[in-house]
Design a protein around this ligand. Sequence first.
Ligand SMILES: Nc1ncnc2c1ncn2[C@@H]1O[C@H](COP(=O)(O)OP(=O)(O)OP(=O)(O)O)[C@@H](O)[C@H]1O
Length: 243
Amino acid sequence: MAPHTQQLTRPAVQLRSLTRSFDERVVLDGIDLDIPAGQFVALLGHSGSGKSTLLRAVAGLDHEVTGSGQLTAPDRVSVVFQDSRLLPWRRVLANVLLGLDGREAEQKGREALAEVGLQGRERAWPSELSGGEQQRAALARSLVREPELLLADEPFGALDALTRIKMHNLLRELWERHRPSVLLVTHDVDEAIVLADRVLVLDRGRIGLDLTIDRPHPRTYRDPLLGEYRERLLAALGVTEDH
Ligand SMILES: Nc1ncnc2c1ncn2[C@@H]1O[C@H](COP(=O)(O)OP(=O)(O)OP(=O)(O)O)[C@@H](O)[C@H]1O
């Protein structure tokens, strides 16, 4: 079990020489990383580079792997996955409240659903929601727990391009309002630079590039000044624009 210690001082997440292996295969090879409280960080890397492994380690969900190193993360951590993981036999509000009881919790659940634009859908079944709405409900479920750290593993990967842009705006708005630290795993360089203030590239088990995106929000894909960041990230991923 990952050693999660209560952390009252900054940074929110601290990894020291974090190593994780599956059998003989080393996936994370001595990672050092600090994420200050309230920072929005995106994690890029090739398929199989270990992004999910890193996120699962920070979430304390990596029971199958062997590993070493030190890991500090806040107590209140929420995780959102590519698939909403709503329970099909529970209505939307009941899914959001899962494990929480009482009137106060219910009120917070209703407020969280309103925040993600699902007011009036409290009694719907998950199957009655679109993919984007299901991800909104998943975000509401994480919000209601007032996370200090939000971990998101390709949360918009299965959505169409238009819905994805709406979800980007929503996620950034929620972040502005609640200011959790965020670690967002994505394949999408544009998603990373539009949303995050800092982008990491995982390469051969290490952080190959740690890039601060110094542009104001809201950002759009068309911002020409984001082009330079895109190029640096693509180069770190071994992709050149003429391919
Ligand atoms: N439960 C497991 N058992 C054995 N090997 C695993 C397990 N989970 C992941 N791996 C291996 O660890 C490596 C990193 O996987 P991980 O899922 O972290 O990569 P990723 O960067 O998130 O990939 P993707 O972008 O495709 O989701 C891969 O080679 C994968 O095969």
